[in-house]
Design a binder for this molecule. Structure first.
Ligand SMILES: [Zn+2]
Ligand SMILES: [Zn+2]
Length: 270
C-alpha cells in the first residue's frame, strides 16, 4: 500500500496514466480508495487495458461509474492460447463502445512463451485488423519479440493503423523504426530504475509529440516507491524522471504526455 509520507510531485494541471490495470483481482477492497487518491493527486484520466476479452464486463462497469476512466479491450499474448472465435466476435462488437478507446493489450511475448509463438502471431494479427476496422489504436505489449512485432505491424500498415508500444523497454536504436510506423512510446516506472540506461537514452530522444507515461500498475512501481504495490498516482514519479532526462519541467512534460495520450486515444479534455 502507498506510503502517505511520500506524496508524488504532482501539479494542478494534471496528467494521464495511459496504462493502468485497475481490477478487483489486484486491488481487492482498496480499489475505490486507490481511484480516489489517484484523482486527488491530479491523475485526471486513465486507460485501463484488458488482459483477456472476457474482462470486458468488469472494466466497462468501472468506466460507467467513472467518467474519466477509459479502457482498452483485447487479449494479452500470455492468454493468446485461450483465444476463440467468440472472443474475436465479442471484441468486434464491443469496439464500437465509446469508452473502449483501443485494442489491447495485445502483442508478442517470447520471453515467457505462455502461449505458442504461432498462436501469439495469429491472435496479434487478428486484433490489429479489428483495431483498423474500428479505427482504434492498438496497445502493443512486446518482449523478446521485437523483429516479429515490427514485421507484423509493417505488413498491416495502412491509413488506419495507429498505436503505442506500452511499457517501453527498448533502446534508442529502435526509435527510427517506431517513427517510420508513426507509433507512440509509453514509459513505465522501469524508466526510473538505475539499470534502465538504454530506456533512459531512448526517453531523451523520442519525439516530444509521441511520448506517453503509464504505471502498468499493480506491478513495477517507480523509484522511490519500488517494492510497493503500484497505483496510478505514482505515474508522477515516472513523469518527473522523464522531465529530468529531457531537461524539461514537470509541467511541460505532463502537458505533452497528456496531449499525446488524448490524441492517440481520442479522449476529450477535462
Ligand atoms: Zn504489457
Ligand atoms: Zn499492462
Amino acid at each position: 500500500m502507498s506510503d502517505p509520507d511520500k506524496i508524488p510531485p504532482f501539479i494542478e494541471l494534471g496528467i494521464i496514466d495511459s496504462h493502468a490495470h485497475l481490477m478487483q483481482e489486484y486491488f481487492k477492497d482498496s480499489l475505490d480508495e486507490v481511484i480516489e487518491r489517484t484523482f486527488a493527486r491530479k491523475v485526471v484520466q486513465m486507460v485501463n487495458p484488458a488482459v483477456i476479452v472476457n474482462n470486458a464486463e468488469e472494466l466497462l462497469e468501472l468506466c460507467q461509474k467513472n467518467p474519466n476512466i477509459y479502457m482498452a479491450l483485447g487479449q494479452h499474448p500470455h492468454e493468446a492460447k485461450d483465444w476463440t472465435d467468440n472472443d474475436a466476435s465479442k471484441l468486434n462488437e464491443k469496439l464500437s463502445h465509446e469508452k473502449i478507446v483501443a485494442v489491447g493489450e495485445c502483442g508478442l511475448d517470447f520471453f515467457y512463451n505462455h502461449s505458442e509463438r504461432e498462436v501469439q502471431l495469429n491472435v496479434f494479427r487478428e486484433q490489429i485488423k479489428l483495431g483498423k476496422k474500428h479505427n482504434k489504436p492498438v496497445v502493443v505489449h512486446w518482449r523478446d519479440a521485437w523483429k516479429d512485432c515490427l514485421d507484423i505491424l509493417k505488413e498491416e500498415t495502412d491509413s488506419h493503423l495507429r498505436g503505442v508500444f506500452h511499457c517501453f523497454t527498448g533502446g534508442p536504436e529502435l526509435l527510427p523504426e517506431i517513427e517510420a510506423l508513426d507509433f507512440y512510446v509509453s514509459f513505465s516506472g522501469i524508466l526510473t530504475y538505475k539499470t534502465a540506461k538504454d530506456i533512459q537514452e531512448a526517453a531523451k530522444l523520442v519525439k516530444k509529440d509521441r511520448m506517453l507515461v503509464e504505471t502498468d500498475c499493480p506491478y513495477l512501481a517507480p523509484i522511490p516507491m519500488r517494492g510497493k504495490q503500484n497505483e496510478p498516482s505514482f505515474v508522477w514519479w515516472t513523469a518527473q524522471k522523464l522531465a529530468d532526462l529531457r531537461g524539461m519541467t514537470l509541467e511541460e512534460t505532463a502537458l505533452a504526455a497528456s496531449e499525446n495520450t488524448r490524441r492517440l486515444f481520442n479522449l476529450p479534455g477535462v
